[in-house]
Design a protein around this ligand. Structure first.
Ligand code: THU
Length: 160
């Protein structure tokens, strides 16, 4: 038996103002997208904004359903739309923000495991890393240079 250690490196910004201007703008778009969340059940609004290499920004927000599993996260709403509408474009960056309707969300909210798996698929498809930035409603913003940093041991197609 041998032990395997998996490490990851992330960057942490104090708040949105510390981000480079272009990322601030992308995060602001994600914050605006969050307003369109349909989250009557969880009361947890999430917004995502994706910058493509054709300069187009695609947004998404979580869309819930009375049949809970039929809803979808903000990140997948956005990335599936990007894939459907601009299949040839590369995804450069994704900004994510989440805000509870019940309390102040002041810690960074990372994408859920299912969203990481979905984002990873596009990162592999385009053979180019996707930068991920995530925050709560306020406070620190975490940056990952690549989705792969957030999902070690991902399931990928070579095993199929
Ligand atoms: N949610 C997202 O939109 N993205 C995530 O990465 C985590 C969770 C949504 C799904 C559901 O509508 C609500 O947040 C609570 O789980």
């Amino acid at each position: 038996m041998k032990e395997v250690k998996i490490e990851t490196t992330l960057q942490v910004y104090d708040d949105i103002n510390e981000l480079p201007k272009a990322i601030q703008n992308l995060m602001t778009t994600a914050i605006e997208a969050r307003e369109n969340a349909y989250a009557p059940y969880s009361k947890f609004n999430v917004g995502a904004a994706i910058l493509l290499d054709n300069s187009i920004v695609v947004i998404g927000s979580n869309q819930e359903n009375a049949c809970f599993p039929s809803g979808l996260c903000a990140e997948r709403t956005a990335i599936f739309y990007a894939g459907a509408k601009y299949p040839k474009a590369k995804i450069l960056k994704m900004a994510i923000t989440a805000s509870s309707q019940n309390q102040i969300t002041n810690k960074p909210i990372p994408p859920c495991g299912a969203c990481r798996q979905s984002i990873a698929e596009y990162e592999i498809k385009q053979d180019q890393p996707i930068e991920i930035y995530f925050m709560g409603a306020e406070g620190k913003v975490v940056k990952s240079n690549s989705l792969a940093n957030l999902l070690p041991l991902l399931f990928e197609s070579s095993v199929l």
